[in-house]
Design a protein around this ligand. Structure first.
Ligand code: F6P
Length: 493
C-alpha cells in the first residue's frame, strides 16, 4: 500500500444522516450527526439499490454512501429550458440526493464539450480525439461555479465535502471563493495523464492550480499520482514537502493513492442469490455446456471493444476447438451518444459483431451476443457468476470495477478467471488475473485460451488471492481511508 494510504482507523463519519426533506431538516439532522458526508459528482444515483446505475462511479458512490449516509449532490441527468438553482431532493434511507438540471447550452459546453471532448480523451491518452474550444471551457467553469453557488448554502460547518471526477475539478476552488471552510477532497476516477500530455491543454496551469485548492487529491494508482506530482514539480514550480504534501501555485495540497474498492460481500451475496433467478436459468440453459465469456462496458473508445471482438475472432480462427464451444456475451451500454466518437464506435461494434457471427455462426450456435443495453446490478452479478471468463481489456481505465465485481461474483468452489488489460488501474491489485496487452490481439486470444484450459486448482488459487485483496480494500475501507486523510489534511490547513 502506498504510504499516503493511511490504515482505516474506524468510521470518521459518525451516525448516518437522518432523513431530511429540506434545508432546515438537514441542519437539524446534523446536530445528531456531527460529520455529514457530502458527496458531489456529475452523475448522481439512482440511489435505490435495484435501479441500474450507469458506470462504475455511480455504483461505487452509492455503495460508499450506503453505510455512512449523507448528501449526494450533482446533475439530475435532465435538460431543462430554465434550470432552477434550487435542487430537487430525493431520499432513500440514509441518503439524500440533491440534483439540479442543466440548460442545453450548459450540457453541451460543460458535459459534452469540455468534460467529454477534452478531459476524457486526454486523460485516457487519446490526444488526437481532443477537441478544445474556449467556449466549452467557459461553459465548464460556469457550471462548476453555478454548482458551487447551489451547494454552498446547503453545507453545514461540520460537513466533509468529497468531490468526484474530472467534470468537477474547479468546484473546490469555487467553493473556497464562496468562503466554504469545510475539509474538501477530490478523487479522480479516471487516469491522470503524464505531465507532457497535460501540457497540451491550453488551460493546464489553471486546472492544476484548481486541484491544489483541495485539501486532499486522491488518485487510483501510483502512476496517476506520479503524473500529478511530476507536473507540479516541473511546471508549477512545485516542491515536494514529504508525506504526500506538495506545494505549488502558492498552495499546499495533500495527494495520495486510494484505489477504489467494491462492496465485496454484497456482490458475492447478490451473485449467489441470482443463481436461482429466472434470468440466470434462461442464460445457462441457452449457453448449455459451452463456456461463457463475458464483457460488460459502457460503449467507449477507451474500453477497447473493437480490439476485444477482433481477439475473439482470432481465437475462433486459430483455436478451432473453441468454435461451437464458446460464446462471447458483450453487454455494451450506450453512453455519451451526443459525442460523435461514441456514435462512431457503436457503429463499428455493430459491424464487428455482425461480421464475426456472419463468418462463424452455425444454425444452432451464435458466437457473439451483443447486447446494447444496461442491466441492474443484481442481474449482472448473476451473469458474472455464470461466465467462466471475465474479459476486461480497456486501452486505459482509471480502475475498472467490472474486473473487481467479476471476481467477487464467482463461485468459491469453481471460480471463473479474469482476463485483464495491463492498462486498467485494477491490474495493480489483481495481479493474479491473466494479464494481457489490449494492443496485442494474439496475446488476448492466447489469454482467453489459457483461461479456458486452466485447471480448477489454479483457478481457485488465483481467485482466493484476488478475493483477499478485494476484501482488504473494499468500498468501506476506501471511503474511510480517504476521509481519514482528508480530515487530517483539512485540520492542518
Ligand atoms: O468513471 C468515469 C465516469 O466518467 C464517471 O464519472 C461517470 O459517471 C461514468 O464514467 C459514466 O459516464 P457518464 O456519466 O458520462 O455516462
Amino acid at each position: 500500500m502506498p504510504s499516503e494510504e493511511v490504515a482505516a482507523v474506524g468510521s470518521v463519519m459518525g451516525d448516518a444522516e437522518t432523513h431530511a426533506s429540506a434545508r432546515g431538516s438537514h441542519r437539524a439532522a446534523a446536530k445528531a450527526a456531527p460529520r455529514r458526508l457530502v458527496v458531489v459528482s456529475n452523475r448522481v444515483g439512482p440511489i435505490g439499490r435495484d435501479k441500474a446505475a450507469q458506470g462504475g462511479l455511480a455504483v461505487a458512490l452509492r455503495a460508499a454512501l450506503e453505510r455512512a449516509g449523507g448528501l449526494w449532490f450533482g446533475y439530475s441527468g435532465s435538460i431543462s429550458e430554465r434550470p432552477s438553482e434550487t435542487p430537487k431532493l430525493t431520499i432513500d434511507r440514509n441518503i439524500t440526493a440533491a440534483v439540479v438540471d442543466l440548460s442545453r447550452r450548459d450540457f453541451d459546453e460543460y458535459y459534452i464539450g469540455y468534460a467529454n471532448r477534452v478531459l476524457w480523451p486526454l486523460f485516457h491518452y487519446r490526444p488526437s480525439l481532443v477537441g478544445f474550444s474556449r467556449r466549452a471551457l467557459a461553459g465548464y467553469l460556469r457550471v462548476n461555479r453555478s454548482f458551487a453557488r447551489t451547494l454552498a448554502p446547503m453545507l453545514l460547518p461540520e460537513d466533509v465535502v468529497w468531490v468526484h471526477d474530472y467534470h468537477l475539478i474547479p468546484l473546490g476552488e469555487a467553493l473556497r471563493q464562496l468562503d466554504c471552510r469545510q475539509p474538501i477532497g477530490f478523487f479522480l476516477h479516471t487516469p491522470f495523464p503524464a505531465a507532457e500530455l497535460l501540457r497540451m491543454l491550453p488551460n493546464h496551469r489553471d486546472l492544476a492550480a484548481a486541484l491544489c485548492a483541495y485539501d486532499l487529491v486522491g488518485f487510483q494508482t501510483a502512476a496517476d499520482l506520479e503524473g500529478f506530482r511530476d507536473y507540479l514539480l516541473r511546471q508549477g514550480g512545485g516542491e515536494d514537502l514529504g508525506g504526500g504534501r506538495l506545494r505549488a501555485f502558492g498552495r499546499i495540497v495533500q495527494a495520495g493513492v486510494f484505489p477504489i474498492g467494491i462492496d465485496v460481500a454484497a456482490v458475492a451475496e447478490q451473485a449467489a442469490a441470482a443463481e436461482e433467478s429466472r434470468q440466470m436459468r434462461r442464460l445457462t440453459s441457452s449457453i448449455r455446456d459451452r463456456s461463457l465469456i463475458i464483457g460488460v462496458d459502457r460503449i467507449d473508445y477507451s474500453k477497447g471493444l473493437p480490439a476485444r471482438f477482433a481477439a475473439y475472432s482470432h481465437l475462433l480462427e486459430h483455436y478451432p476447438q473453441t468454435r461451437g464451444r464458446t460464446v462471447l456475451m458483450q453487454i455494451a451500454s450506450p453512453s455519451r451518444s451526443d459525442v460523435p466518437e461514441y456514435r462512431e464506435i457503436r457503429r463499428e461494434l455493430e459491424a464487428a459483431a455482425g461480421h464475426i457471427n456472419g463468418r462463424y455462426a452455425e444454425f444452432d450456435w451464435t458466437p457473439v451476443r451483443y447486447l446494447n443495453k444496461s442491466f441492474n446490478h443484481r442481474i449482472l452479478s448473476g451473469f458474472y457468476r455464470a461466465a467462466g471468463i471475465g474479459l476486461v481489456t480497456p486501452f486505459r481505465d482509471g480502475m475498472n470495477l467490472v474486473a473487481k465485481e467479476y471476481v467477487a461474483a464467482q463461485r468459491p468452489d469453481d471460480p471463473g478467471i479474469l482476463v485483464l488489460s495491463c492498462f486498467a488501474g485494477a491490474v495493480r491489485e489483481l495481479g493474479e488475473a491473466i494479464i494481457v496487452n489490449p494492443s496485442d490481439l494474439e496475446a488476448m486470444a492466447e489469454g482467453i485460451w489459457q483461461g479456458l484450459q486452466m485447471p480448477l486448482g489454479e483457478r481457485r488459487e488465483r481467485w482466493t488471492a484476488m478475493m483477499a485483496t478485494l476484501r482488504r480494500n473494499d468500498i468501506n475501507a476506501w471511503r474511510e481511508r480517504f476521509l481519514t486523510v482528508l480530515e487530517a489534511a483539512g485540520a492542518g490547513r
